[in-house]
Write a protein that binds this ligand. Structure first.
Ligand SMILES: [Zn+2]
Length: 279
């Protein structure tokens, strides 16, 4: 299993046995797939026109009206939860003509060499029948994220860009898991499979953030050092590495620049991590 598995059914064959933030995939063959949406959330959505920076063709993508969103809260790893809609499904802009995809806030930020690499590595292999849905299902959104991760890998994006995509993929998988009816006989089996997929995405995100922390300047994925360390300590616990979490939290607690409220939260997380270690 790999985060990019399934893309071969959407026109792009990739070797997925080892995906790391630096891995360049190997292309193989093509086929088609049709996916249907499953929730009615049209009231939150509008269509926006884009000109694809890779194939230069115009297309429309669904976007979420920010004014209609009501935030309920955030998970420990910062995943936002909203009333009636999961806007994460619409964070990626996906060109249905060539497959170029990226987070909406960086969609047009391509260097000429990246455009060429993505054209040769993705667009030239792309054959996909766009479902033209009025809203995106979790499965369709996941395909958009897969293409965004593939384009980031092929285009040589920074580790933080790929890490942010992997983190959002993990959140998307968690969002899908929350929609599965517990009365279904396959509930446990599906939850287990989705949790394994989510953990894989979280591990890749953590690897990417570690690299970004060492080699990129702040902000990393929009986060300063303390916020990134808090996120990484949370991710470390989620993937079963409380020792790394403790090391990061010790740095936060010892820092004179960190506010008391945040230190309090770090101490609480440290207590959880210590319990995990001694269990
Ligand atoms: Zn395109």
């Amino acid at each position: 299993m790999g985060l990019l598995s399934g893309l071969e059914a959407l026109g792009i064959g990739v070797s997925t046995q080892k995906i790391t933030p630096d891995h360049r995939p190997v292309f193989t063959k093509k086929k088609k797939k049709h996916i249907r949406s499953e929730h009615d959330e049209r009231g939150f959505l509008y269509e926006k026109k884009y000109i694809c920076p890779v194939c230069d063709r115009e297309f429309e993508a669904l976007r979420v009206k920010k004014s209609g969103l009501k935030l309920i809260g955030r998970d420990d790893d910062l995943r936002p939860r909203y009333v009636d809609i999961d806007p994460l499904k619409y964070d990626i802009v996906f060109c249905p003509r060539c497959g170029y995809s990226a987070l909406a806030d960086s969609y047009e930020q391509l260097m000429p060499y990246q455009r060429r690499w993505i054209y040769e590595g993705v667009a030239m292999h792309f054959h996909y029948e766009n479902p033209h849905n009025e809203e995106y299902s979790y499965d369709e959104a996941y395909v958009h994220y897969q293409f965004a991760l593939l384009c980031a890998m092929v285009g040589g994006a920074k580790a933080s860009v790929k890490a942010r995509l992997c983190l959002k993929m993990a959140w998307l998988i968690r969002g899908k898991a929350e929609t599965i009816n517990p009365r279904l006989p396959v509930y446990e089996k599906r939850q287990k499979a989705l949790r394994a997929k989510e953990l894989e995405a979280l591990r890749l995100a953590l690897v990417g953030f570690e690299k970004a922390r060492n080699y990129e300047g702040y902000p990393v994925a929009g986060l300063g050092q303390t916020a990134l360390d808090m996120l990484m300590s949370s991710l470390s616990m989620e993937v079963g590495d409380p020792e790394t979490s403790v090391a990061l939290l010790q740095g936060i607690i010892a820092s004179k620049a960190v506010k008391d409220k945040l230190k309090e939260k770090a101490r609480s997380m440290m207590s959880t991590a210590m319990k995990m270690i001694s269990a």
